[in-house]
Design a protein around this ligand. Structure first.
Ligand code: ZN
Length: 186
């Protein structure tokens, strides 16, 4: 380890000089600090973990404070975060739709274990990317065979891919009634 004692700024030295000295010293010892810190942790693992358990129990996170912190972070990196989110959204449309559907399911108090983005993809593949009702190839949504607000489960077993036109027309009607009406009225 490099000796730094003789480089130490004299008493009353300008703050800048002291800061620079500390930074340089820290830089030169960084690796040593890392190794030493790791060694110290391994030797005192139990006690340190116990301490942090106790600490977090005694100091539960302040929700309001962390919310403010998150918001500050958001304000600072807004553009960057939005750009990243929109790239992610474009690359993962099924995940985004799955999220939206989950929000809706929660809102209407639906039961069921949920549908993942991956499950949505598989479902569409199984139907050869065709609407389950009219067999057209069109941009697909996921329709709940038994509507959620009629007690249908938010699960893949209660879901089929449907084109927007069929999905909208079916709405919250029970499947058989909707099919009957559609056949009756053309
Ligand atoms: Zn259709």
């Amino acid at each position: 380890m490099v000796k730094w004692g003789h480089m130490k700024p004299k008493k009353g030295a300008p703050t800048e000089e002291i800061k620079k000295y500390n930074a340089e010293r820290y830089k030169s010892r960084k690796e040593w600090y890392r190794v030493y810190g790791l060694k110290y942790y391994q030797e005192h693992k139990e006690a340190m973990n116990e301490y942090s358990r106790k600490y977090s129990k005694a100091h539960p996170p302040n929700k309001e404070q962390s919310r403010k912190k998150e918001f500050k972070k958001y304000q600072k990196n807004r553009e960057q975060m939005l750009a990243r989110n929109s790239i992610y959204a474009k690359a993962n449309p099924d995940i985004m739709r799955a999220r939206g559907a989950r929000r809706y399911a929660r809102k209407v108090g639906a039961i069921g274990r949920g549908i993942t983005g991956e499950e949505r993809k598989i479902l569409k593949e199984e139907y050869f990317y065709r609407c389950a009702y009219c067999n057209n190839i069109a941009p697909l949504e996921i329709d709940h065979i038994i509507p959620l607000i009629k007690g249908g489960r938010h699960e893949i077993e209660n879901s089929v891919p449907a084109c927007k036109s069929c999905n909208t027309s079916k709405g919250a009607k029970p499947l058989l009634i909707w099919m009957y009406e559609r056949n009756a009225h053309g």
